[in-house]
Write a protein that binds this ligand. Structure first.
Ligand SMILES: Cc1cc2nc3c(=O)[nH]c(=O)nc-3n(C[C@H](O)[C@H](O)[C@H](O)COP(=O)(O)O)c2cc1C
Length: 320
């Protein structure tokens, strides 16, 4: 059992604004327990397959030693293919298609989860991108929701995905209006386990080993690989725990992760307040690790200067 756990593959979900190259490098250097990282989406346009900022996040120099899959969000196959070509020349052998983003601005343009509503156009898009993939030896994985309005849209979508060589079908078993809330719709994932011709990856609400164990019981199978996002950000020891390398959160490693992020963000961002905004976003996840320190964390979230932030972080929260 322990050995099986050690070998299981854990994927870090893309979290826009959080899992950029600075986070990926810090996490990978200190913990090293994620087997694959998915970069937050790029959104190619007619003139520009990648913005300078997206390129900086994806260039191999900024991702050394990291098994990274770039993600593309678009409903135009020519933009997808152009971006994939560019990524191929940068050395990438796999790209991921985003069919799950629930955000209002994205869905208003018919992209992300909204693309799931237009199945004829989705099929013609998939025809194009998988023809391209065959010519360039590029793998294309898909990260999808169950549907837009109704989870039962998934039955037709499953048939569609089965027509293509999807390198991995990552399913976040929610619909668009669920956003990231409520219980994932596990019965629909069970349907996928039975009917998918493509390799599956489960994603959603794995915050602790118990959540993974419950999935194992429910599906009667040890899911491998699995993808976790908020769970691994909230407790960066989660992948170590899932693999059986750690049983407790390692606070020494946590402090190193904190310090690395804090210093690396200072190198690329200014003024103070912008770095503190970034740290604030991370603390909104990390606070679950610090039971009983709610009042201090509230003060921390209000800090406007490094000195104020450091006083609270190092004297109260991360003191040895
Ligand atoms: C702040 C935030 C940003 C996200 N950005 C992306 C993204 O760029 N691409 C994507 O496919 N999913 C994105 N997601 C969804 C996550 O990858 C993941 O599917 C979701 O959080 C559910 O998994 P979890 O319960 O393990 O966090 C984002 C989620 C959050 C909360």
């Amino acid at each position: 059992m322990e050995d099986i756990r050690l070998q299981m593959k854990i994927y870090l979900a893309p979290l826009e604004g959080i899992t950029g190259y600075i986070f990926r490098n810090a996490y990978n250097g200190i913990y090293g327990s994620a087997d694959k990282f998915f970069a937050p989406f790029i959104s190619p346009s007619e003139k520009c397959p990648l913005t300078p900022r997206e390129r900086k996040d994806l260039i191999p120099e900024n991702n050394s030693g990291i098994n990274l899959v770039p993600q593309i969000l678009t409903r135009k196959s020519e933009y997808f293919i152009e971006a994939a070509r560019e990524l191929h020349t940068m050395g990438y052998g796999e790209v991921n298609l985003n069919l799950g983003c629930p955000s209002g601005t994205v869905c208003a343009k018919g992209k992300g989860a909204a693309f799931l509503t237009d199945t004829p156009e989705l099929q013609s898009f998939l025809d194009d991108i998988y023809s391209y993939a065959a010519t360039e030896d590029m793998k294309i994985s898909i990260k999808t929701r169950l549907g837009y309005y109704n989870p039962d849209e998934f039955y037709d979508l499953m048939d569609i995905f089965n027509d293509y060589p999807v390198s991995e079908l990552i399913i976040h078993p929610r619909i668009r209006s669920d956003f990231y809330k409520g219980d994932p719709r596990k019965a629909h994932f069970a349907y996928a386990l039975e009917h998918s011709k493509n390799p599956l990856v489960y994603n959603g609400n794995i915050f602790a080993v118990k959540d993974y164990d419950d999935l194992t019981k429910q599906f009667n199978i040890s899911l491998d690989p699995v993808m976790t996002g908020r769970g691994l950000i909230s407790d960066p020891s989660l992948a170590d725990k899932l693999k059986g390398i750690a049983s407790e959160t390692d606070f020494e490693k946590f402090r190193r992760l904190h310090d690395t992020l804090y210093h690396e963000y200072q190198k690329v961002m200014s003024p103070d307040i912008n770095v503190l905004f970034k740290m604030r976003e991370l603390w909104s996840y990390w606070q679950v690790l610090f039971d009983g320190k709610e009042r201090d964390i509230k003060r921390l979230l209000k800090a406007k200067r490094y000195a104020e932030y450091e006083e609270i972080v190092y004297q109260i929260i991360l003191s040895p």
